[in-house]
Design a protein around this ligand. Sequence first.
Ligand code: 5GP
Length: 113
Amino acid sequence: MDSLFLRIIEREIPADIVRETDRIIAIRDINPQAPTHVLVIPKQVYRNAAELAAADPQLLAELFTTAGEIAESEGISESGYRLLFNTNADAGQTIFHVHLHLLGGEWLGGMTG
Ligand code: 5GP
């Protein structure tokens, strides 16, 4: 079966779409962990960030550029935001179609607690 994100791209499942190009779609996370929580997703399926980086580094760069543009339009680029990829089981990756999380809009906590 197609990945959940492919079904969203094909409009088989609804989503709150923030931005879309021929190569990327960005949607609001259904279970947001911050006031802004957007998933930036390449339309081409790669299992995780490492596979994407190896196969298409330009597309990986486009995910970061797009996330920065969305942060700007969400009004959080100055206050700050976090970008992250969960990669495989120990990181809690649940959808094996690579996606960049954009989180912000409040204090997110520091890496050292
Ligand atoms: P992961 O844990 O794989 O890094 O992230 C998957 C993310 O997808 C989670 O933050 C989860 O809340 C989100 N998610 C799961 N199902 C849906 C859905 O049907 N729609 C949207 N918009 N997000 C989803």
